[in-house]
Ligand binder design. Structure first.
Ligand SMILES: [Zn+2]
Length: 343
């Protein structure tokens, strides 16, 4: 089948690849129709690695996928041929201790699409467990379906934050994950979200999607801005979603005493904190690693109209132009948020 293959660092090719996939009774075979390009895909392309995961053999990229069911295994009851679906890309061992306590995202044996040596979904078809495949609501597009994966990160972050209705949240970073986190925080009960970035176009996009106040940190200081907006008290919750080590270190600045910081982004460099300054606020600190048990919730939020995710897709490329799509995304554009590939 045709696939987008990362041969090695910096070398991407759209070519035929043999992937043996047998359909077991609990699986579905899916024609892939839409795939979003994620920051991790770009890191594998430009750096050949993400943290401890190194590309040592040709790897099919992509993990934010949606498609149409082509074939169902004998035991699959909730899906039928022709259904439009999105796929949760991490397959845990359901017998693992992490899975048994409900935190299957933390199972160390999880196989996750486009994480070496596991091939991703930028290919014509995939076989996937039916219990990690979700039917899209009637009026949802496949492009929206491919956005459920990043929305799931935001929903998981909002859940970890333990939001109380009326909370004021700060989200640092207005990329896809920052915007998804802001939308999930509002849907989860926040009265308002203050979002920061250095790119005005991304801030404008975020601000158009709800009760979201932009702060451009290329000209304004975030802590000052938040203190101004909260009567010198600070935000109840700060979500760090930029993945910048500096932003992570500054995350406690705009926080109110006794508030909660959620680290969503994953910085490349070590992060250090002024522990005593942090202690003086007695914050609750949460972290997220991907997500667990939030795909149905994420689909419901979109289906009910509570969150509008479609505007986040700023650029769409055909599968034949997949290499160009990656070059465009890797180059980085001031106005581009999510780049998707249509198959
Ligand atoms: Zn992703």
């Amino acid at each position: 089948m045709k696939a987008l293959v990362l041969e090695r660092q910096r070398v991407l090719r759209l070519r035929d690849i043999d992937i043996e996939e047998t359909l077991t009774p609990g699986d579905v075979r899916i024609a892939v129709k839409a795939v979003g390009i994620c920051g991790s895909d770009l890191h594998y392309y430009t750096d050949g690695r993400v943290g401890p995961f190194v590309v040592e053999a040709p790897l099919v990229l992509g993990h934010e996928g949606a498609g149409t069911v082509l074939e169902v295994g004998d035991e699959v009851e909730h899906l039928a041929v022709g259904d439009n679906v999105c796929m949760e890309p991490g397959i845990p061992d359901w017998r693992s201790r992490a899975a048994r306590i409900g935190r299957y995202n933390l199972d160390e044996s999880v196989t996750f699409w486009a994480t070496p040596p596991v091939h991703g979904c930028l290919r014509e078809t995939v076989v996937h467990p039916a219990d990690l495949t979700y039917r899209l609501p009637e009026d949802m597009t496949l492009a929206e379906g491919a956005l459920i994966e990043p929305l799931a990160v935001g929903v998981h972050a909002a859940a970890r934050a333990g939001i109380t209705p009326g909370d004021i949240a700060v989200v640092t970073g207005a990329g896809t994950i920052g915007i998804m986190t802001a939308l999930a925080a509002l849907a989860g009960g926040c009265a308002r979200v203050i979002i920061s970035d250095i790119l005005q176009a991304k801030l404008d996009l975020a601000a158009s999607l709800g009760a979201i106040t932009p702060v451009n940190v290329s000209t304004d200081d975030l802590t000052h801005a938040v203190m101004d907006m909260t009567g010198d008290w600070g935000a109840d919750i700060v979500f760090e979603a930029s993945g910048s080590a500096r932003a992570a270190e500054a995350a406690f600045g705009p926080l109110r005493p006794g508030g909660t910081v959620v680290f969503v982004g994953m910085p490349n460099e070590p992060v250090s904190f002024d522990l005593v300054a942090m202690q003086a606020k007695e914050p609750t600190i949460e972290t997220v690693f991907r997500y667990a048990n939030v795909y149905e919730r994420s689909l419901e939020l979109v289906a009910s109209g509570q969150v509008d995710i479609w505007p986040v897709v700023t650029d769409t490329f055909a599968f034949d132009d997949a290499v160009a799509a990656f070059d465009f995304a890797a180059e980085g554009s001031e106005t581009s948020v999510k780049v998707q590939i249509e198959l």
